[in-house]
Write a protein that binds this ligand. Structure first.
Ligand SMILES: Nc1ncnc2c1ncn2[C@@H]1O[C@H](COP(=O)(O)OP(=O)(O)OP(=O)(O)O)[C@@H](O)[C@H]1O
Ligand SMILES: Cc1ncsc1CCO
Ligand SMILES: [Mg+2]
Length: 262
């Protein structure tokens, strides 16, 4: 049995500083999720400072949810600075297939070698070259349909790809894991995927990316399960999830992680 709780323990011991260039919708909940998990988030996206911050942060996330041209410039400069510093960075390709602007921006960011890509099935399929627009920020495709594309994408970029949904699929192109922790209320709260991307980045600091990503997804899904024990509708569930992210321990994660080597 893999000790998935080890990765939560490591993340909390590091309490890593994570820079997030993320969409306006997600900023508050993402920062609260990351603090509850045990990381230290900073939302820093201005062209004037994004690269400077990326030169000293422990990890970086780049999310294309609410794009504009100056943001795209800042994203590219920050990704380059992270690469120069040997710092892991995670791409969240929100609605990547929806418009030409998003497709072009995603291509520019893929060319900068993200360490990890975390998206829903439609987003990962769009990056892998499938013709799918998704449904805006929501998925219109199954996780199963995205698996082959996720593997091909991971191989071509040399990164880890995580597809999230009712069950999650994580791959580096050679080895793949499935995670079945989670709860059906999770997609009914906006930006929980964006927030998860920040948790993935925090777990990845100093750890093998495939296993760290898998542990982060099991931890997040498990927190969803715990939250649903006390909250049965989306508004209170969001609050209960933040609480559960704080209270789940490494031991609980090791016992309750539903992870399968595929
Ligand atoms: N139907 C479901 N049942 C269980 N867990 C789910 C379900 N849908 C999503 N999740 C979980 O919710 C979390 C967020 O994944 P999701 O795929 O919804 O992200 P997303 O589409 O990028 O979200 P957003 O763009 O709103 O931030 C993951 O931990 C995933 O496992
Ligand atoms: C709803 C929404 N629209 C753009 S970004 C975002 C947050 C979830 O991805
Ligand atoms: Mg998303």
């Amino acid at each position: 049995m893999t000790n998935w709780g080890h990765y939560l323990n490591q993340m909390r011991a590091n309490a890593p500083l994570v820079q997030n260039i993320t969409n306006y919708v997600s900023m508050n909940i993402m920062a609260n999720v990351m603090l509850a998990a045990g990381a230290s988030p900073a939302m820093v996206h201005a062209e004037e400072e994004a690269a400077e911050f990326a030169s000293f942060t422990s990890a970086l996330t780049i999310n294309i949810g609410t794009l504009s041209a100056p943001w795209v410039n800042a994203m590219q400069m920050a990704a380059k600075a992270a690469n120069d510093a040997g710092t892991p960075w995670v791409l969240d390709p929100v609605a990547a297939g929806a418009t030409a602007f998003r497709r072009e921006t995603a291509a520019k960011l893929l060319a900068l070698n993200p360490s990890i890509i975390r998206g829903n099935a439609s987003e990962i399929m769009a990056l892998a070259g499938a013709i799918t627009k998704g449904k805006g920020a929501d998925s219109a495709d199954s996780v199963e349909a995205a698996q082959e594309g996720a593997k091909a994408l991971a191989k071509s970029i040399g990164c880890v790809v995580a597809v999230t949904g009712p069950q999650d699929f994580i791959t580096d192109g050679a080895t793949s894991y499935g995670v079945t922790n989670g709860h059906a209320l999770m997609p009914l709260v906006t930006a929980l995927g964006c927030s998860l991307t920040g948790v993935v980045a925090a777990f990845a600091v100093g750890q093998p990316h495939l296993e760290a990503t898998t542990a982060a997804l099991a931890y997040y899904g498990l927190a969803g399960e715990v939250a649903a024990e006390t909250a049965q509708a989306p508004g209170s569930f969001a609050t209960a999830l933040i609480d559960a992210l704080h209270t789940v321990t490494p031991d609980i994660l090791s016992q309750a992680a539903k992870v399968e080597l595929l």
